[in-house]
Design a protein around this ligand. Sequence first.
Ligand code: GLA
Length: 380
Amino acid sequence: MSTASEALAAFTAAYGTEPAGLWAAPGRVNLIGEHTDYNDGFVLPFALPQRTVAAVGPSPDGTWSVSSTLAPEPVTFGVTEPGEVTGWGAYVAGVVWALRDAGFEPPAVRIAIASEVPLGSGLSSSAALESAVLTALIDLGGLDVPLERRPAIAQRAENLYVGAPTGILDQSASIRCEAGRALFLDCRSYAIEQIPFDLAAAGLAILVINSNAPHQHVDGEYGARRKSCEESAAILGVPALRDVGVDELPAALDRLGDDVLRKRTRHIVTENQRVLDTVALLRAGKVREIGPLLTASHDSMRDDFEITVAQVDVAVQAALAAGAYGARMTGGGFGGCVLALIDADRAEVTADAVAAAYTEHGFTAPTSWVAVAGPGAGKI
Ligand code: GLA
């Protein structure tokens, strides 16, 4: 059954009636630009074809209800404040709250969710959920919320209602990406450029390898990285690390006495430059040439930002040894997925090489697939 049919069936099962429509929003892969978003920097994600679908219809009594294929018993709530709805329903209650907080009147609806975005794999399943619900509420309520304002509303739901201190990467990708393009986003101004990203035409592919590594200490470590970056910016007297250029890096590192702050700062400053360099190469049609930048990004995440784990390091090494042009962990870190830029006909060989390396190390088997850039959130 397709995800859309699953959402439809879940709606009918939960509420005994048909929905008004179906809205979908994708998970994402970040091609490059990791942890740069909350430093006002640059990111370059593309949308996955895997989506979260929300079947949505009007509520008879002014409350909101949400159920899913994983949790069929609906969670029901009225107008709430952060903290009142917990668990997975908080992502939905958070979107309703954030819309109201931004001065809009979201309609009361009943929602049923089905998703094919793998949970807990660093592919933004939570942003996909927020974005599908947000888009449905905006459409059904006829709310005048321009596309460029939407990611920040979904981000506020996640930051202030769910309580996760994430940046704007995931929601921007889920809402603003276009099929066949990578989204070059300036996380300070929210300016975007849709970068042509037709890998097949270049005889290439992106293999996504889910390390299936258990996430550990994710929230605390994420918050700690963010704090270090803010501390460094304060010491350097800049609003954010985005304001330090690579040419200013040696002097900046001299001023940061602490070794940990130096490493975190070096990652962010060099990563921002790698995004800009990747964009320049893609604009020039030099897709294969971005490979070394991807690998350099991984090395920087491993050595300076210290957010990788053995499973993702082994996947990167094995993919490179199998001939990938570049490979890196994608997403927040401490597990999750690796992406590898490969010749289009090398997907199986590369996936097998990574799986063999995992067997050798005694890791749980990885899951791999070729990812093609899909569309952003919308009605289906
Ligand atoms: C998570 C967060 C994003 C971003 C990435 C790292 O996915 O939700 O805001 O910080 O980690 O690039």
